[in-house]
Design a protein around this ligand. Structure first.
Ligand SMILES: [Zn+2]
Length: 111
């Protein structure tokens, strides 16, 4: 009685119900994987490009939905790259890009 008598008559409705659950689940899973890949990529890329606090950028790209976080990162990174080109100086202690003479933003050493 109860569910047992109802179950065999579900037919197409049962499949549709399953799809309604599985399709958004797969969609969310794919988005989640993309989000993780982007986060890892941003972290490695920020480290490679000497961007300040790569962990913070990775967190930002993890919590802001793809591709908005990634776009913000790339825009800021390109801006920093131009700064580096015009400033053209690197810290002799840790290799962080610095803007002109002064103190290193990363290790505090004199540049
Ligand atoms: Zn330094």
């Amino acid at each position: 009685m109860g569910f047992d008598t109802y179950a065999p008559s579900t037919g197409d409705f049962g499949t549709a119900w399953l799809l309604a659950i599985i399709v958004p689940l797969i969609f969310a899973l794919v988005l989640g994987i993309v989000q993780i890949i982007v986060t890892v990529w941003v972290y490695k890329n920020a480290k490679k490009n000497n961007i300040d606090s790569p962990g913070l950028w990775a967190l930002l790209c993890f919590f802001i939905p793809f591709p908005i976080g990634l776009i913000i990162y790339i825009v800021v990174r390109n801006g920093k790259k131009k700064e580096v080109v015009s400033g053209g100086k690197f810290c002799p202690t840790c290799g962080t890009a610095v803007n002109g003479p002064g103190f290193c933003p990363s290790c505090g050493g004199k540049v």
